[in-house]
Design a protein around this ligand. Sequence first.
Ligand SMILES: [Zn+2]
Length: 417
Amino acid sequence: MILNSKVRTDRIGSDIDALAAITEPGRPWTRRAFTPMFLEGRKWLEKAMQAAGAVTRIDAAGNLIGTIPGKRPELGTIMVGSHSDTVPDGGRFDGIAGVIAALEVARALRDQGVVLDHTLEVVDFLAEEVSIFGVSCIGSRGMSGTRPAEWLARESDGTTLEQGITDVGGDAHGDAVRRDIKAFLELHIEQGPVLQDQKLDVGVVSAIAGITRIEIIVDGRADHAGTTPMGSRKDALTTASWIALGVEELGKALASGEGHFAATVGEFEMSPNAANVVPARVRMLIDARAEVREDMLRFIDELDKGVVAIAEKTGVTVSTPRLVSDNPPTPGDAELIDVLEAACETAGARHRRMASGAGHDTAWMARITKSAMIFVPCVDGRSHSPDEFATSDDIALGAAVLLDAVKALDTKLQGTE
Ligand SMILES: [Zn+2]
């Protein structure tokens, strides 16, 4: 039940259906960034933003922005939004729910005859998902000044990211970095089962987990699988298996603590991978995610010690684990979290705090402004799949929380100027 809100469930539902219809034919639901389908989706969004009374533009980073000027624009901007691109064969709600909820906030304000003091902007970030250029969060990284310069030369299908940004209407060499945004809020489907299992309406995100990727190379020795005695082998696969089981054990131990933690051996390549050869070499890439930085540091430390012990036991050479990438967690802004929780109460949403194990545009926006996000339930936690589903009622309740939070911030942020 949504209390005292002008948020309309029917508009949210029909918008999501309209965007879902813009998909690669025969491949629901696919609207990858930089493709003709993506541009078509954006055209639809642009019109919807304009119908909500917003002035639209594409910024230099390739983000679609709908602006509703405030009564006192010198106060700066409150921005709300997410992303409209999908993974291949993805869902209708990942990202889209947040863009439509932001749009609904703008419409509900207009329906109520409310013009904020701050300028309100609805944003559709460019390429949040891993794009055809192999990188993600291109728009939010552009807006926050964290897009690596060398990315522009990345190629796909005979074109470059630089050209891709131009083709969506941006300017890869223009200044996209924003200094006027006072707060950023994002609604997103949870992409996990917790809210559904606990019969809750909204997750207020305490932190977006930091992501660390660690490469380990196991160097054994290729030998004849039939003639080499069991006791005199240097089998890279069995040693790598001990490591994989150790990663799971360590991950479970850390996950039982206070903060969210997950560790996965996501990539595993064995060579020569032939039936009659003792495995000579394994390369594994571990993906580890921690809400609390200390947990990640402990994981790295224990992994270092663990592989030394395993190498000693098996007599197979194991490389020192190499950090391929290492990003710290992004805590939600404390003031925004308070405002969002109060908004949950106002809207009648049952809520809890929870960490996000997935990365989001919010993590990049937090580099330049107060940022926080909320999750709404998705059925059985399914996501990045055509089966992904969230009800319009659940999204509308989340949008009502956003609406109330935006109104509260419009007043509250003035006190902190
Ligand atoms: Zn997403």
